[in-house]
Each structure stands twice: as structure tokens, then as C-alpha cells.
Design a protein around this ligand. Structure first.
Ligand SMILES: NC(=O)c1ccc[n+]([C@@H]2O[C@H](COP(=O)([O-])OP(=O)(O)OC[C@H]3O[C@@H](n4cnc5c(N)ncnc54)[C@H](OP(=O)(O)O)[C@@H]3O)[C@@H](O)[C@H]2O)c1
Length: 165
């Protein structure tokens, strides 16, 4: 299982239940990476999407106590979520947020695609600082790019101590 996330220089990921930045190149990367795959998210992240609708051309798995909809697979607990995820190939599953779901799922994720944005988005929700965790190693660091006025780079972290569920 993988995760994909965009972080600012403080590992901030969101503010007021929205993203910190609009970076079309990063959105394109997110879309092409997750297309036709399984995306796993929390209820707040689903509610943050345009009109609160799931992502097209992906299997949307949503952890929620109160969302009811036919176009998503709903998990009412982490144990239900793990049962659902087990139906798919591990490489097909992407955890896409938000903060609480990333935090709970982190031990079980083997690779994290982190877009690092060189800015302070004044976030109110954060990702774990992977550079402070012994079991996460950088295995890819792309060139710095600029898009929509933001400097950013694509990186990949590997979890060397993945837990099974
Ligand atoms: N930068 C990025 O790459 C990125 C990616 C994704 C999201 N984000 C940002 O992250 C923020 C949202 O993060 P968040 O931590 O507030 O929310 P979240 O993790 O998306 O969702 C939290 C929700 O998940 C459900 N949930 C959590 N634990 C549960 C459990 N044990 N059983 C059943 N349901 C459970 C609940 O939904 P219900 O309330 O529906 O019950 C809860 O309110 C937003 O600002 C968003 O823009 C950033």
C-alpha cells in the first residue's frame, strides 16, 4: 500500500479542510498516479472535494461514521477498512488523506510519494515529519520545479519496517 501527499516546508498538508496550494503539475501527477487505482480517504477529505464528490475513474474507499453513498465503498471502522483493502493488490491501493487517516495508516504503508513545496502554507493539519522517523528513507528526490509560482519537488520515501494488518 502506498500513500501520496503534498506537504509544505513544515509538513503541513491542509487548512480549513482544504489544500494549502494549487499546483496544477502536482494535481496532474496525483491524477496520473492514482487513475484506475483504489484511493483510501477519510470523511473530511471526501467532503473537501468539489461538491463533496468522489474521484472519477478510481475506486473510492471512504472511512466515515456518517457518510452514506452508493458511489463509494464506505468503511465504518479501521477494521472494516483493512478488510476492504485486503481485496486489492497492495500496489493498487493509495492512501490519499487526510491527516488522521495518514497518521493511522502510516505503519502499514510501504512507499510514500511526497510532493515537497518550498513554502509555509500556515497549515492546521500536518503529516508526520518522515525525516525524523528512523524507518523512513528517501529513495527518490526529483529536480526542483516551479509551477503557479511555487517551488516544489517530487520525492519518494520507503518504509523499511512495514507492519502487516
Ligand atoms: N496535502 C495533501 O496531500 C492532502 C491530502 C488529503 C487531505 N488533505 C487535507 O487534510 C485535511 C483533512 O484531514 P482530517 O484529518 O481533518 O480528515 P480526514 O482524515 O480526511 O477524515 C477524518 C474523518 O474520517 C472519519 N474517521 C476517522 N476515524 C474514523 C474511524 N475510526 N471510524 C470511522 N470513521 C473515521 C470521520 O469521518 P466522518 O466525520 O464522516 O464520520 C472523520 O471525521 C484537509 O485540510 C484536506 O485538504 C491534504
Amino acid at each position: 500500500m502506498k500513500a501520496i501527499v503534498a506537504v509544505d516546508k513544515n509538513w503541513g498538508i491542509g487548512k480549513n479542510n482544504d489544500l494549502l496550494f494549487s499546483i496544477p503539475e502536482d494535481m496532474k501527477f496525483f491524477r496520473s498516479t492514482t487513475l484506475n487505482k483504489v484511493v483510501v480517504m477519510g470523511g473530511n477529505t471526501l467532503r473537501s472535494f468539489p461538491n463533496g464528490n468522489p474521484l472519477k475513474n478510481r475506486i473510492n474507499v471512504v472511512l466515515s461514521t456518517r457518510i452514506n453513498r452508493e458511489d463509494c465503498i464506505i468503511a465504518r471502522s479501521y477494521s472494516e477498512l483493512f478488510e476492504i483493502i485486503k481485496r486489492y493488490e497492495s500496489d493498487e491501493v493509495f492512501v490519499i488523506g487526510g491527516a488522521s487517516v495518514y497518521r493511522e495508516m502510516l505503519p502499514f504503508i510501504d512507499e510514500i510519494l511526497v510532493t515537497k513545496v518550498e513554502a509555509d502554507g500556515k497549515a492546521d493539519v500536518f503529516f508526520e515529519n518522515l525525516d525524523k522517523l528512523d524507518n523512513f528513507k528517501v529513495i527518490f528526490e526529483g529536480e526542483e520545479q516551479i509551477n503557479n509560482g511555487y517551488k516544489f519537488r517530487f520525492t519518494t520515501y520507503k518504509n523499511t519496517a512495514v507492519k502487516s494488518f
